[in-house]
Design a protein around this ligand. Structure first.
Ligand code: ARG
Length: 461
């Protein structure tokens, strides 16, 4: 029958249906190496507390390291009767160290503090790996922004032409949120870096074990302050899940731009063959599947976050078995981002922009109307009046089917006494762009600074 960890007070083993329900090795086995690392640290504090002799700790650590090697090679793995990663590894330890020595490791710890610690170890490592992959997307955006130089494009609000902007400015507008996502993981790590090991089942350990020593050995800044909190809280996991979901949402917004820009109607961008797909029936098709999968997976990652928060809502302290459900949502997020991010970075890096078309469209849709209004303000006209006058210019042109720069000196004078021919200095995309030269604006000088700043931020993270 199953080698359960609690034989003493039970006359029968678990029903097969319970074992099937209870089993978590199919997803928590990925924590096996971290569990062994935790066990080695635990053996050390048992030794320090005089609960393992010098020979015993040597034998224990040796058996754990052999088990680690067998896990890595695949020689050791979970069996159907193993409830979870901890149960399986205890079996593996006893097989290698014998029942007498192997049976000593469990003193002073519970699977409750163990699992809470392992999840933090795993997520801290993954947050660093994912941050690196997010920075690859940022670097691809920065490189594209650099290559775009001073190329203009139509800037949009409500998806309608609004004001011309630099393509580089728009691309960097996607880079900054991703840089913040990486910063969020770094900030999160300060809270994740407390070790629950030593919390026991909920009340702490009576055996004189030093939680600070375990924490230090496992790369944490220290132990948790409260053993109930250490075993029962999962806000650290939920916060990781938020950053993962936010990252996916940020990618999804860029993905939507790419999808739209790759349409015939926009024609702003071409996808590289290596990062687009064909159709099994329509020979002409070139589809933006990477971007669409990013958009689709964003929904999935948001669902993972929502599911996790819903599991936590209303759970009484301390540990409840519901908490076993914390892992699959974040593991799914890690797995999805791990496959998505490299493809996404490759897609971004290989986009080719039709900068001529974008430049031609930049002043369309009367996107220089605001420049007329602001030119008038600089001439001393109140903005309320200036807005009216610029609006009248648009109305005249719309009626005639012409553009703002087609207005003659006489047209301008007829619309308003304030409109002298000098207004034409801002009726060009270049003039408009150059005028938006406050910090954060789209003027080429500011965007060049911004590009350097984004590059520097990425290099720091
Ligand atoms: N497998 C459990 C989890 O993932 C840890 C074991 C705690 N189980 C228990 N019955 N106290 O949370």
């Amino acid at each position: 029958g199953p080698l359960a960890l609690w034989g003493g007070r039970f006359a029968s083993g678990p029903a097969a249906a319970l074992a099937d329900l209870s089993r978590s090795t199919q997803f928590d086995w990925r924590l096996a190496d971290d569990d062994i690392t935790g066990s080695v640290a635990h053996a050390h504090v048992l030794h320090a507390a005089g609960l393992l002799s010098d020979d015993e700790v040597t034998g224990m650590v040796d058996a754990l390291e052999r088990l680690r090697a067998d896990v890595a090679s695949g020689a050791f793995g979970p069996l159907p009767d193993d409830e979870d990663v901890h149960t399986a590894l205890e079996r593996g330890l006893i097989e290698r160290a014998g029942t007498e020595l192997g049976g000593k490791l469990r003193a002073g710890r519970s699977r409750n503090d163990q699992i809470a610690t392992l999840v933090r170890m795993y997520l801290r490592r993954q947050s660093r790996a994912l941050s690196g992959l997010v920075l690859d997307v940022v670097d691809a955006l920065v490189a594209q922004a650099d290559a775009a130089g001073d190329a203009p494009m139509p800037g949009r609000t409500h998806l309608q032409h609004a004001q011309p902007v630099l393509l580089a400015h728009h691309l960097l507008a996607h880079a900054w949120p991703l840089l913040r996502d990486v910063e969020r993981w770094a900030d999160w790590d300060a809270r994740a870096a407390r070790s629950p090991y030593g919390s026991g089942a909920l009340a702490g350990s009576s055996l004189g074990l030093d939680p600070a020593a375990v924490a230090a050995e496992l790369g944490f800044t220290g132990p948790v302050e409260n053993s109930i909190d250490g075993t029962a809280s999962r806000d650290v996991v939920a916060e990781f899940a938020f950053v993962a979901a936010m990252t996916a949402v940020d990618l999804s917004r860029l993905a939507e731009d790419v999808i739209l820009w790759a349409t015939k109607e926009f024609g702003f961008v071409r996808l590289h063959d290596a990062y687009s797909t064909g159709s099994s029936i329509m020979p002409q098709k070139k589809n933006p599947d990477v971007a669409e999968l990013a958009r689709g997976k964003a929904g999935r990652l948001v669902g993972d976050l929502a599911g996790l928060l819903t599991t936590l809502k209303g759970l009484p302290l301390a540990y409840n078995r519901d908490l076993q459900e914390d892992k699959e949502p974040v593991f799914d997020q890690v797995d999805q981002l791990t496959v998505l991010l490299p493809a996404f970075a490759g897609m971004v890096a290989t986009l080719t922009f039709d900068t001529e078309r974008m430049a031609a469209l930049a002043p369309q849709g009367f996107s220089l109307a605001t420049d007329i209004a602001e030119w008038l303000v600089r001439e001393g006209v109140p903005f309320r009046v200036a807005h009216e006058v610029a609006g009248a210019c648009v109305r005249t042109c719309e009626e005639r089917g012409t553009e703002l720069w087609d207005l003659s000196d006489a047209d301008l004078a007829a619309i308003s006494e304030h409109l002298t021919p000098d207004v034409r200095s801002v009726l060009s995309v270049e003039g408009s762009l150059a005028s938006r030269d406050a910090v954060g604006g789209t003027a080429p000088v500011r965007v060049a600074e911004q590009l350097a700043a984004a590059r520097a931020r990425s290099a720091l993270l």
